[in-house]
Design a protein around this ligand. Structure first.
Ligand SMILES: [Ca+2]
Ligand SMILES: [Ca+2]
Length: 434
């Protein structure tokens, strides 16, 4: 490790033709079994932040050329054959977040990427992360506009299931020393609007037209963001905050108020709703944690009027992290569904008593069968039936198919004949409304 660090610094120094020392980005990715890794404080550690989070990224600019030693431990000093990790030390671009986090399908931004080692990056208006200054870079990113492209997941690398319900693309920044890891840019549900600070009080509320996909940040510490919009009698709006689902540790809260004036022209404010977590917290199934801390609300407008919305992070008083971006989406209802399928992992009795999510590849033996669990995520009150089956199976292999009606779960059974030929390859499915 010291050898590689030194080598990388020297190379960069020569390439730049000046005396600057490369800004290294050290990233650690733990296995599903390992506890959050951390980089412990060290004696004479250079002035840089020590992230104590899962899969930390350390931003390190060497004070002088030389050999450096990196010590790496599991936070709780656990270990074993299943505690694998990857340690990366490089001078490639590091993307920390993108604003706005979403764009309309068929458009290409512009977006602003915030991170480190960004080619042509400019100082990011004093934004700091663990004591390290961030850079910003204006980019364009083409977003698909066709129906298939609008339903793709931004899921490069290991991610949380909560993120798996959002459509988006994986975006990377190319630099002279390599590509950044992927950063998702999501597909907006309505025209994108950026929050306008200061908006910390009702009087400063950012006025928006709905529908809107508002991009905001729970930043700086103790941030509160107010928005104001007009709605017409009879309209129904879905109001949702999307932040925890973006992979952040944020815990958004949403408050909605109706604003009227009395006979004297004085403003009257009435509570409409206050939400923390969604009612259907565990979205589907019980085998995996698909829960989210993002609130949502269905607003029925009884009279023409003005509404104000307050968005904040429940624990924002104690946090100061510019990566805590959010989307406030106010849109019409679109009854729809998503379906996921996953192979049922055979478990021993002991494993069943200690359930853990693992990753297994679906396979079926000749003369055998494979069970796939199917889960249906109903959105915006969708109540219809959905038919699912597999397509592109080789000769001798069949799938039972299933219809999900009043229930949200089902199963597919894949069976192989005794004389089916050896085969491996992708199969497709097209869940459809009945
Ligand atoms: Ca804000
Ligand atoms: Ca604010």
């Amino acid at each position: 490790m010291p050898t590689r660090s030194t080598t990388t610094s020297s190379r960069s120094k020569r390439a730049n033709g000046c005396c600057s020392i490369a800004r290294l980005v050290v990233s650690i990715r733990g296995s599903t079994r390992s506890s959050p890794c951390s980089l412990p404080p060290a004696k004479n550690w250079p002035a840089c932040g020590i992230p104590r989070e899962k899969n930390p990224v350390l931003d390190f600019t060497a004070p002088a050329e030389g050999a450096y030693i990196l010590k790496l431990v599991d936070t709780v000093y656990a270990g074993g054959p299943d505690h694998g990790y990857r340690l990366g030390v490089n001078v490639a671009p590091q993307v920390d977040f993108v604003m706005p986090p979403a764009g309309l399908p068929g458009t290409s931004g512009p977006f602003t990427v915030y991170g480190r080692n960004l080619p042509g990056g400019q100082p990011a208006d004093g934004l700091m992360l663990y004591g390290a200054p961030l850079q910003k870079l204006a980019v364009n990113a083409p977003l698909p506009g066709d129906e298939a492209g609008k339903q793709q997941l931004a899921l490069a690398g290991r991610t949380t299931l909560a993120r798996a319900w959002l459509d988006g693309i994986d975006y990377r920044v190319a630099g002279p020393n390599g590509m950044s890891a992927s950063a998702p840019i999501y597909l907006a549900k309505a025209p994108v609007v950026l929050e306008q600070e200061p908006n910390n009080t009702p009087a400063q509320a950012t006025k928006i037209n709905i529908p809107a996909d508002v991009a905001g940040q729970f930043y700086p510490q103790a941030d509160a963001d107010w928005y104001q919009f007009d709605a017409k009698k009879g309209e129904v709006w879905q109001i949702e905050v999307i932040s925890h689902q973006l992979g952040q540790e944020s815990d958004p809260a949403l408050a909605i108020f109706r604003v009227t004036k009395n006979d004297k022209g004085e403003e009257q404010v009435a509570d409409v709703a206050q939400m923390d977590d969604p009612a259907d917290r565990q979205k589907i199934g019980n085998d995996y944690d698909t829960s989210t801390d993002d609130p949502s609300y269905r607003l029925t407008v009884n009279d023409d009027g003005t509404y104000r919305v307050l968005v904040r992070d429940q624990f924002g008083e104690a946090r100061k992290d510019p990566r805590f971006v959010y989307r406030l989406v106010i849109r019409k209802e679109e009854p729809d569904f998503r379906v996921i399928a996953y192979p049922v992992e055979p478990k021993t009795q002991q494993q069943q008593q200690q359930p853990q999510a693992g990753i297994i590849s679906p396979f079926v033996r000749k003369g055998g069968s494979l069970l796939l669990n199917v889960e249906l995520d109903r959105r915006d009150g969708f109540t219809g039936e959905v038919a699912v089956s597999l397509e592109g199976l080789p000769a001798g292999v069949t799938c039972s198919g299933a219809v999900l009606g009043g229930v949200n779960g089902g199963a597919l059974v894949v069976m192989a004949d005794e004389n089916a030929a050896a085969w491996s390859g992708p199969v497709a499915w097209s869940p459809r409304r009945m």
